[in-house]
Every structure is written in structure tokens, then in C-alpha cells.
Ligand binder design. Structure first.
Ligand SMILES: *Cc1c(COP(=O)(O)O)cnc(C)c1O
Length: 422
């Protein structure tokens, strides 16, 4: 498979030290596997739930029951889980737009939100943004060490503040990802100032990484994408919003139409993949996590800065590796691509993607286009030349991809395969 003995041996040496970490990951996966099965059993999933509806989609048993399953798993009163929610950004935009009204203010207590939300909010002007509807926005920056700045948070909450948007994962930033416990403390702090502020958590990449979810610690809405963790690699599209009944109802009225809400929205033939993907999600997430921990330790051992570092606890599946040069990030991404089950024969190139201020390179050879629970990597071609790596439907495949990335760095002279630490 094109991996030199020296590279493979170094990988095995790194792996030898990770048994304890992997066991912890397996224990969390076991707990979450049972959590999912329990929810499915309590909701009495039957064979009929796996079939779908067409047209208006009235009385879609499988869709309505799946939403009950999600509500249980995310400790929520209700949920909206739909193929008509096209991606994570759409799910987040829906949660915001349906629960905010003109004159309200949205507040981010965790600094800058995910890139694509800048246009949703109107930080970067865009058609149809919250700003166009007279909805204000404020953010409190994190402290230099990445922790919450409680004084700044208190000072930012005003009479118009209606919702706090809390992003769990670092996304493409170098701040730490927050644990569910930390998010719970933040929610308690905000609710202590004003109990009527809705707390919405962007849960992208965080599902099933811990045994608790943000709904367990007081979030009013938890939002994510089905082509990340909770789709288990099988969901070919979709997003979810789990939360307070009223919040979910508002979102449903916005997704379909006032008056129609959750009652319409045919599931077509997609439900079996939504259910089976959710069933697989805890172990798929565990595989991706093992890949992230392996990559952190492999590259840390070679002296590259990694976030999180090799021994830190994990709260999402993203791994950043700073390679320090354009050649490094390009070689890394080409190695990941070469390990893919689909499109392994193509070579990714950096290009001027819309919405980014630098060229970006992306490696993805996925069964579901753009799915980032599958093995994937991307990097902006700008200092500090960090690559963001995530996914792997199986640990064995994630391992292969990471070894291929190192092989690619060695082949292009970025790393010397004859001086690897052993
Ligand atoms: C992926 C992601 C999003 C947006 O999801 P898309 O499906 O790419 O639109 C939002 N927030 C975070 C933290 C993400 O990781």
C-alpha cells in the first residue's frame, strides 16, 4: 500500500503508547451505543419506521419517531431531524432565524462564530442575514488562554439579548474546544443573569465524543449536521435541532411554513440510513477520535505543534497539525487523498475558494460528498500553515490515512524517514 517500513514502524511505536487512551474512547463508545439502542427501544422503532413517505409527508411514522429518538439522546423535549435541512450552516441559520425577532440581539460568549455564520448573522453583509431583519449581534472574546471571559460576558448582556450562541468545537480556529461540562457552567452563568436568554449550542463534530451532550447541561437548543458525527457516515444529507418544544416548533414553522410546521416534509427513502447511521454513530465517532489521537501523537513526536496535544482530553474529532510550510500542508493533504476509497487517484490542489481570504486545499475521497465524518483534511495556504484533519469511518482506515500523510511528507522531503524517533 505504499508505506515504507520505517514509517510503519514509527506508527506502531506511537500506537504502543496509546492503549490506555483507546480504551477510554471505547468505554465512551460503549456507553453511547447503549444510549442510542435504549432510545430506539423506548421509542419502539419498528420495521415500518424505516420506510418513508412522499408528497406532503403527512403521518410519516418513521420521521416522527426518529425525532423522538433524537430528543431522548440529546436530552431535549423535541427535535427536528430532516433531509430538508441541507447542512450544518442551514440548521444553525434555521435555529437562529426562527427563534429571534426584529429588535432582539444575538450574543456569542465564545468569540468569533464559525466562518459561514458570519453571513447568516450579517457580520459580513449578506442577503437575508439576521442584520437585514433588524436583529443585532454582539460577541465577547475569549481570554488569551481560551477560557470564558465572565466579566466581558456579563457586560455584553443587555435588555435586548435574546439568545446566546455557543460553539462547542473550535472549528478552524486555534482556541480549545469546550467540554460539555464547561458549556454547562457557561449556560448556568448566563441563566443566572437572565433566565429567559435562550442558550443554543452549535454541536458540530461534538456528538458522542463524551457521554453527555449539551442538552444534559441546560442547553435550550442543540444543533448539528448529519454528514458529521450523528449520521454515522450513512446519512447522505440532513441536519438536526433538538431542544425545548417551543424552540423546535419555531424552527419547524420556519423550515416549512407557519401553520404547517413538523406535519409536512416527506422523508422519501432516507430513513433507514438516518436510523442505521445514528446506530453506528458512537463507534464511527470513536474511530475518528482514535485517528485524531494517533495523528496528534505521531506528529507531536516529530516536533510539529498539534492542537489538541497528544495527551489532552478530547471534546470534538478535529485535529490541527501545524506543518509550517505550504509544501507541508499540500503533501499532508495529498497523502490523505491517496488513502481514500473514492478518488484516490486524483491529487488535490490549492484554489481560490469563495469566502476565503487565502487559497485553500481540501482532501476528501468520500462516499457522501463533502462528508467530514469520513477521512478528510483541509488547510488554508497561509501562516502558520496548519492542516485540519478529521474523520475516518473505521479506525483502521484513519490509521492508514495518517500513515499515508506522513509517507507523503517523507516522499516530498519535508520529513526524513531515516531519522524518525523510535
Ligand atoms: C461544520 C461546522 C458548521 C457548518 O456546517 P456545514 O455543514 O459545513 O454547513 C458549523 N459549525 C461548526 C463548528 C462546524 O464544524
Amino acid at each position: 500500500m505504499g508505506i515504507d517500513r520505517e514509517i510503519y514502524a514509527y506508527g506502531e511505536a506511537v500506537l504502543n503508547k496509546l492503549a490506555g487512551r483507546f480504551q477510554q474512547i471505547d468505554e465512551i463508545a460503549e456507553y453511547n451505543q447503549l444510549k442510542v439502542v435504549k432510545a430506539m427501544q423506548e421509542c419502539q422503532i419498528s420495521e415500518a419506521c424505516l420506510l418513508g413517505t412522499t408528497g406532503y409527508g403527512y403521518n410519516d411514522l418513521g420521521r416522527d419517531t426518529l425525532e423522538k429518538v433524537y430528543a431522548k439522546i440529546f436530552d431535549a423535549e423535541d427535535a427536528l431531524v430532516r433531509p430538508q435541512i441541507t447542512c450544518g450552516t442551514h440548521a444553525l441559520a434555521l435555529a437562529l432565524m426562527s427563534n429571534l425577532r426584529p429588535g432582539d440581539e444575538l450574543f456569542s460568549p465564545v468569540g468569533k462564530p464559525y466562518d459561514t455564520l458570519e453571513e447568516v448573522i450579517g457580520i459580513r453583509p449578506s442577503k437575508g442575514s439576521l442584520a437585514e431583519y433588524g436583529i443585532g449581534y454582539r460577541q465577547a472574546e475569549l481570554r488569551p488562554d481560551g477560557s470564558f471571559d465572565y466579566d466581558a460576558i456579563r457586560a455584553s448582556i443587555g435588555p435586548r439579548t435574546r439568545m446566546a450562541a455557543i460553539q462547542r468545537s473550535k472549528g478552524y480556529q486555534t482556541r480549545p474546544t469546550f467540554s460539555v461540562k464547561q458549556i454547562g457552567e457557561l449556560i448556568a452563568f448566563i441563566k443566572d443573569i437572565r433566565p429567559d436568554i435562550l442558550c443554543m449550542v452549535d454541536n458540530c463534530y461534538g456528538e458522542f465524543v463524551e457521554t453527555v451532550e449539551p442538552g444534559d447541561v441546560g442547553a435550550d437548543m442543540v444543533v448539528g449536521s448529519l454528514i458529521k458525527n450523528p449520521g454515522g457516515g450513512l446519512a447522505p444529507i440532513g441536519g438536526y435541532i433538538a431542544g425545548k418544544k417551543e424552540c423546535v416548533e419555531n424552527a419547524a414553522y420556519r423550515l416549512t411554513s407557519p401553520g404547517l410546521g413538523k406535519e409536512v416534509g416527506a422523508s422519501l427513502g432516507i430513513l433507514k440510513d438516518f436510523y442505521q447511521g445514528l446506530f453506528l454513530a458512537p463507534t464511527v465517532t470513536a474511530s475518528a477520535l482514535k485517528g485524531a489521537v494517533f495523528a496528534a501523537n505521531l506528529y507531536e513526536g516529530l516536533g510539529f505543534p498539534v492542537i489538541p496535544d497528544g495527551s489532552e482530553s478530547r471534546h470534538d474529532i478535529i485535529q490541527a497539525v501545524t506543518l509550517g510550510s505550504p509544501e507541508g500542508v499540500i503533501a499532508f493533504c495529498r497523502g490523505i487523498q491517496a488513502a481514500a476509497p473514492v478518488d484516490s487517484h486524483v491529487s488535490p490542489e490549492p484554489w481560490d475558494m469563495p469566502g476565503y481570504d487565502a487559497r485553500v486545499i481540501m482532501a476528501a475521497g468520500a462516499f457522501v460528498s463533502g462528508s467530514s465524518i469520513e477521512l478528510s483534511a483541509d488547510a488554508p495556504i497561509k501562516p502558520p500553515y496548519a492542516v485540519y484533519f478529521q474523520g475516518g469511518l473505521t479506525w483502521q482506515h484513519a490509521k492508514f490515512g495518517i500513515l499515508k500523510s506522513l509517507q507523503s511528507l517523507a516522499d516530498r522531503g519535508v520529513v526524513d524517514k531515516n531519522s524518525l524517533p523510535l
